[in-house]
Design a protein around this ligand. Structure first.
Ligand code: C2E
Ligand code: MG
Ligand code: MG
Length: 447
C-alpha cells in the first residue's frame, strides 16, 4: 500500500488527513481547506471553485490489469493532478477513483470549465502498467462559491450534482453546477416521492393504443402505455416518470401494477387480440422480472401466448446474458418478444443475429419523415427487407397520416400503430372501441 507514497510530498505527516495509497490529502483535509477558505472570504466573498473528478471506466481497467496495476494507475493519476496544481490550489483523493480539487483563484464558470478540461487532458495520456499501457478518461463536476450561504457541504453536493450530469452525458465531460440543475434535481425528487405514493395506492394505470394490420386496417392487438395523473403535479408523461422510476428503483412495482391491470382489461378482449407490454432496461438485469410476469399472468388467467414484450436495444446492452435468460424464460411459455424503437439509440445489427425477436417496431422518427425524406424511405425499405429475411413481423410506429400508411403498405409493411388508427385510451374506452369494431352495427343498434 505504501508503494509510491514517497514520490509525493505530503503536506503534513498526519495520517488521519492523508490518503495512504497516493499520499494526497483525503476528504477530511480537503474539507478543512475549503472551510478555511470560506472563513477567509467571510468579509469579501470573492468566488472560488471546487470540483470533483471521477475516472471513467476505472473498474474495468482494474478488472483487466489487476488491483496492483489499478493502484499503480491511481498513484500516477495523483502525481499528474498534483503536478498540475499551482501554488494556491489543492487536490485530494476522496473516493476509490474520485479526486477533489480546489481553485481559490478561479472565479468564473468558463475558467472552471477550462481548468477542468485541462485536467482531463493531462489524465488522458497513456499510463505505464508493466509492459503494457492503459488509457483513461475522466469526468468533472464543478461548483463555484458565490455567497457566504454556501457551506463546504453544499459546495461539494453541488459539485456532485454537476458530476452526475457530466457522467450521464458521456465520458470525458465537464459540467459546472447551475441553479437550473438544482431545480431539476428537486423536481425529480418531487416526482419520485409522488410516484412512490401513487404506485402503492394503485393509481398508475395502462392506456391502450391499437396496433393494426395495415392492409385490412383491422385491429390485431394493443400496446399498453402507463398513464399517471397526480393530484398535485397533474398529468405526468411516461417519458418523464418511467426514467425516474428506473433510476430510483420503482420500476419493478410500477410495472407489475400496470401489467396486472392491463392483463385484467385484456381478458375481456376478443381472444385473437394480443397485448403488448414495455419492459425497461433495468428490468432486464433483474432475474425476478420473469417470475413476476409469469405469476401475474397466472393470477389474472391471461394466456401467455397473447402477450408480447417490447424491449429496446439499450435494454439488451447492460447485461446481454441476463437479458437473454429472462427472454428465454418468457419465450418458453409462449410470450413473444419485440424490439421496440428500432433504428434509434445504439442500433447494432449484430444484436439481431445474437438475439431472436419475433417482431420489430420501426421507430416513429423514420415514419415521420417517410414522405419528404429519401434516406428515411430507403432505411425503412432496408429494415423491411431484413425483417422478411429474418422471419420477423414488423410494426411501423407513429403513423399520423393516411399517406404515410399508404406508402408503408406499398413498401410491404404489414403492421402499423399511430394516432391515425387511434390514440391510447383507457380500458373502458378500449372495450367500447372493440365492441363497436367487432359487433359493428348490431352493437350500435343494441345501445
Ligand atoms: P414506446 O414504447 O415507443 O411507445 C410509443 C409512444 O409513442 C407512446 O408514447 C405513444 O403514445 C406514442 N405515439 C403513438 N402513436 C403516435 C403518433 O402517431 N404520433 C406521436 N407523436 N406519438 C405517438 P407515451 O405513451 O408517451 O410513452 C412513451 C414511452 O414511455 C414509451 O415509448 C415507452 O418507452 C415508455 N413507457 C410507457 N409505458 C410504459 C410502461 O408501462 N413500462 C415501461 N417500461 N415503459 C413504458
Ligand atoms: Mg413500446
Ligand atoms: Mg416504440
Amino acid at each position: 500500500m505504501a508503494l509510491g507514497v514517497s514520490h509525493l510530498d505530503r503536506d503534513t505527516g498526519d495520517l488521519a488527513f492523508t490518503d495512504a495509497l497516493t499520499g494526497l490529502g483525503n476528504q477530511r483535509r480537503f474539507n478543512d481547506k475549503v472551510e478555511r477558505l470560506i472563513a477567509d472570504r467571510a468579509e469579501d466573498p470573492a468566488p472560488f471553485t471546487v470540483g470533483i473528478l471521477d475516472l471513467d471506466g476505472f473498474k474495468p481497467i482494474n478488472d483487466l490489469f489487476g488491483h496492483r496495476a489499478g493502484d499503480d494507475i491511481l498513484i500516477q493519476v495523483a502525481m499528474r493532478l498534483k503536478a498540475a496544481a499551482d501554488g494556491d490550489s489543492a487536490v485530494a483523493r476522496i473516493g476509490a477513483d474520485e479526486f477533489a480539487f480546489l481553485y481559490p483563484l478561479v472565479f468564473s464558470e468558463e475558467a472552471a470549465a477550462e481548468k477542468s478540461r485541462m485536467l482531463i487532458e493531462i489524465l488522458s495520456a497513456p499510463y505505464d502498467v508493466g509492459e503494457r499501457t492503459a488509457r483513461l478518461s475522466a469526468s468533472v463536476g464543478c461548483s463555484l462559491f458565490q455567497s457566504t450561504d454556501d457551506s463546504t457541504e453544499t459546495l461539494m453536493r453541488k459539485a456532485e450534482t454537476a458530476l452526475y450530469h457530466a457522467k450521464r452525458s458521456g465520458r470525458g465531460r465537464v459540467v459546472v453546477y447551475t441553479r437550473e440543475m438544482e431545480e431539476a434535481a428537486k423536481r425529480v425528487t418531487r416526482i419520485e416521492q409522488a410516484l412512490r405514493r401513487a404506485v402503492a395506492a394503485g393509481e398508475v394505470a395502462p392506456h391502450f393504443q391499437p396496433i393494426v394490420d395495415l392492409n385490412t386496417r383491422r385491429t390485431i392487438g394493443f400496446e399498453a402505455l402507463a398513464r399517471w395523473t397526480d393530484r398535485d403535479l397533474g398529468f405526468v408523461s411516461p417519458a418523464v416518470f418511467i426514467p425516474i422510476a428506473e433510476e430510483r428503483g420503482i420500476i419493478g412495482p410500477l410495472s407489475q401494477l400496470v401489467l396486472r391491470k392491463a392483463a385484467e382489461a385484456a381478458r375481456n378482449w376478443p381472444r385473437d387480440m394480443f397485448l403488448s407490454f414495455n419492459l425497461s432496461p433495468s428490468q432486464l438485469v433483474d432475474q425476478n422480472t420473469g417470475l413476476h410476469i409469469l405469476s401475474i399472468l397466472e393470477r389474472t388467467g391471461f394466456d401467455p401466448r397473447r402477450l408480447e414484450i417490447e424491449i429496446t436495444e439499450t435494454g439488451l446492452m447492460t447485461d446481454p446474458a441476463s437479458a437473454e435468460k429472462i427472454v428465454e424464460d418468457l419465450r418458453r411459455v409462449g410470450i413473444r418478444v419485440s424490439l421496440d424503437d428500432f433504428g434509434t439509440g445504439q442500433s447494432s445489427l449484430g444484436r439481431l443475429r445474437e438475439f431472436r425477436f419475433d417482431k420489430l417496431k420501426i421507430d416513429r422518427a423514420f415514419v415521420a419523415s417517410i414522405l419528404e425524406d429519401r434516406p428515411s424511405e430507403h432505411i425503412i425499405r432496408a429494415i423491411l427487407a431484413m425483417c422478411e429475411g429474418l422471419g420477423m413481423d414488423v410494426v411501423a410506429e407513429g403513423i399520423e397520416q393516411e399517406a404515410q400508411a399508404e406508402r408503408l403498405v406499398q413498401f410491404g409493411c404489414a403492421g402499423g400503430q399511430g394516432y391515425l388508427f387511434g390514440r391510447p385510451a383507457d380500458a373502458e374506452a378500449t372495450l367500447g372501441y372493440l365492441r363497436e369494431a367487432h359487433r359493428g352495427a348490431a352493437y350500435a343498434r343494441a345501445i
